[in-house]
Design a protein around this ligand. Structure first.
Ligand code: SF4
Length: 320
């Protein structure tokens, strides 16, 4: 090796991140359009003006161009800094700032200005707060009900570690339309992918939502491509059904940066269709499974479908 090349090689090696995982090339079915539309720019401007974070940006969601063009944004409350450091997630980790008391009103203004018929509200994990952030979810739901009463509300919450029962009780009393909590992956991969969480605690949280109010739709999702086995995914589906989860979402995991968990496999669209067929056979009211499916992708349309599916199911029981 020539001395210049050797020097560059040694410098690259010394700068290389020892825990960085190599990236696999994305297949054609994953490619998405760059976010360049006027709708995208307006959504971005509104979020900045209202000082709101979005999971669309923080999680580097591949659908941001499509969703924001349609003015569908998923607001991330309780700030932009998470107290956990999951191996799949791009959201910044650290000590979060104090909770913004204006955030609930700002979310309500955003819903009104974006003209949302359905809003998805999620948050970072706030293990530092005595209630895990549950009261802020309640305030956001109340603010939305006051300012846009016809907007349906879907919340996507953390697991409220060690505080779940009280947190769920408070949030359910505020009556969101959909309660979403993602299991994210199969239990075997929790120690590496979601080390701060417990699979069965998340499952119990979903179960307790239905126990408190069976009329609230529940939703949960997993990412695939992290090294899970097909039968493990089927087991997760069974676990969700045993917790009476209505809606399953499944999407391809994408490595946000080389420091995050590597993609083990790009699951083909055909394999997603096969998973969806099995999930439907297991009794979910609704299943969304495709490489680019995310928890909040097409959430408004899916909510209408889920409501119609429940009506149809109840009607068939009545006429049986
Ligand atoms: S799929 Fe969800 S997180 Fe991604 S851009 Fe759309 S609304 Fe945002």
């Amino acid at each position: 090796m020539a001395s210049g090349a050797l020097h560059r090689y040694l410098r690259a090696m010394s700068e290389a991140d020892p825990i960085a995982a190599p990236r696999m090339r994305k297949p054609d079915w994953i490619r998405v359009k760059a976010p360049v539309s006027a709708g995208y720019a307006e959504t971005r401007k509104l979020m900045r003006r209202l000082n709101l974070a979005t999971v669309c940006e923080e999680a580097a969601c591949p659908n941001i161009g499509e969703c924001w063009t349609k003015k569908h944004a998923t607001v991330m409350i309780l700030g932009d800094t998470c107290t956990r450091a999951c191996a799949f997630c791009n959201v910044k980790t650290g000590m979060p700032r104090a909770v913004d008391p204006l955030e609930p009103e700002h979310v309500a203004v955003a819903a009104a200005e974006l003209g949302l018929t359905h809003i998805v509200v999620t948050s970072v994990d706030r293990d530092d707060l005595p209630d895990g952030g549950a009261s802020q979810f309640v305030k956001v739901i109340e603010a939305l009900r006051r300012s846009t009463p016809s907007t349906t509300i879907e919340i996507l919450t953390p697991d409220f570690r060690n505080k779940a029962e009280a947190a769920v009780e408070r949030i359910i009393a505020a009556r969101p339309d959909v309660y979403n909590h993602n299991l994210e992956t199969v239990p075997r991969l929790y120690p590496t992918i979601r080390p701060g969480a417990r699979y069965y605690a998340s499952l119990r949280l979903l179960e307790s939502v239905k126990r408190h109010d069976p009329s609230i739709f529940t939703k949960s999702g997993i990412m695939v491509g992290l090294g899970e086995q097909r039968l493990e995914v089927h087991q997760v589906m069974d676990d969700m059904r045993s917790a009476d989860v209505d809606f399953l979402t499944m999407g391809q995991y994408l490595q946000p940066t080389p420091r995050h968990a590597a993609v083990e496999e790009f699951v083909t669209p055909q394999a997603f269709s096969a998973y969806a067929a099995i999930a439907r056979a297991k009794g979910f009211l609704l299943v969304a499974a495709s490489p680019l499916t995310r928890s909040s992708y097409h959430a408004g349309d899916d909510f209408e479908r889920m409501r119609a599916a429940r009506e149809a199911k109840l009607a068939s029981v009545r006429t049986a």
